[in-house]
Design a protein around this ligand. Structure first.
Ligand code: ATP
Ligand code: MG
Length: 329
């Protein structure tokens, strides 16, 4: 359904050019869910925006193709892309508050796309919005359709946004951190909703998160992104049970536990490298507890069993866990 092939994206900034993605390849099979996981700045939203044909003008794409159902999104004109977004691809962002218009009723916003893309009257779009709100598990859809965003809880707003993304009956849903702003209980409910929608509607999903823990409930496959490169990819259960790449091990060790405050990957010390001038060797080496002189060499993504891993030491590291620091370390 979606095939991203050797995609490189650079952003022009006043301080120089940033390489946000370096030769990223991903495929999402029809009816399956791929999770894309990585910390802030790793390039996740850039993948989402590129797949929607929504990259800003300062983005440059020196290489790559993005095929949606066989058609290259990058060679389409603006109108063709707009039509694709209005029909076959739906997008859900992280923060519903920033996307929802505070002065419009929820029902009008959920049905908005139907007016623009399908020629619905406002009345018909509003009626359809009520059905969609019902479908995403909102208990009193008539009342919620007439409400304004500030009258809803965070979880309800996120459900409303999902309803809006479903209005165009998309085949592919791209979800960029749809549960990051929610607390753990509500997050679990939204993940259950997405899973049931996937089954009921036969949706294909690209699910983006910085939390490797949440993808267990929802994804068939997971790709771990670090500094614009895929470092590990494989079946979700495999990767979660036994991550091979040190960064994936670190992410797993950093999963917030129930009852714990949502942390931001506190157990991997250090920061992303400068993407204006990324290291030619392993991009994670400076933060990696297992780095050796070999890490200075360029790392390629290679097959290790059913998995893809970008680490020359992958075989040696297979059974070694991320070093767990003591509570007071
Ligand atoms: P987050 O978890 O914070 O949403 P992300 O993984 O989605 O992060 P991106 O938003 O894709 O990361 O950004 C990747 C890199 O590209 C970052 O270094 C970011 O600062 C940079 N970047 C993103 N958009 C732009 C832009 N419009 N102009 C310049 N740099 C950008
Ligand atoms: Mg992002």
């Amino acid at each position: 359904m979606l095939a991203i092939d050797d995609l490189t994206v650079r952003y022009r900034t006043a301080a120089g050019e940033i390489e946000a993605l370096s030769s990223v390849s991903l495929t999402v099979a029809k009816g399956s869910t791929l999770a894309l996981v990585g910390e802030s700045g790793s390039g996740k939203s850039t993948v989402a925006l590129a797949a929607m044909g929504l990259l800003p003008p300062e983005a440059r794409l020196p290489a790559g193709r993005i095929l949606f159902d066989g058609q290259d999104i990058l060679t389409m004109n603006a109108e063709e892309r707009r039509r694709l977004r209005g029909s076959r691809i739906g997008l859900v962002f992280q923060d519903p508050f920033s996307v929802l218009n505070p002065s419009l009723r929820i029902g009008d916003q959920v049905g908005e796309g139907l007016i623009h893309h399908r020629g619905f009257t406002q009345e018909r779009a509003f009626a359809r919005a009520i059905e969609l709100l019902d479908e995403v598990g909102i208990i009193n859809p008539e009342a919620v359709a007439k409400a304004y965003p500030h009258e809803l809880s965070g979880g309800m707003r996120q459900r409303a946004l999902i309803a809006g993304a479903l209005a165009s009956e998309p085949e592919l849903l791209i979800l960029d951190e749809p549960t990051t702003a929610l607390d753990v209980t509500i997050e679990a409910q939204i993940l259950d909703l997405l899973e049931s929608l996937r089954v009921r509607r036969g949706l294909t999903m690209l699910f983006i998160s910085h939390n490797l823990g949440v993808v267990r409930r929802i994804a068939d496959e997971v790709a771990v992104l670090y500094a614009g490169q895929i470092v590990e990819q494989g079946a979700t259960e495999d990767v979660l049970q036994r991550p091979v790449h040190p960064y994936a091990k670190g992410l797993l060790a950093a999963i917030p536990r129930l009852g714990q405050k949502k942390g931001r990957l506190a157990s991997i010390p250090g920061r992303l490298p400068d993407l204006r001038n990324p290291p030619t060797g392993c991009r994670f080496a400076r933060r990696c507890p297992f780095a050796t002189p070999d890490s200075e060499a360029p790392q390629v993504l290679r097959d290790i069993g059913a998995r893809k891993v970008r680490c020359t030491q992958a075989e040696a590291l297979r059974d070694i866990a991320w070093p767990v620091l003591g509570e007071d370390a």
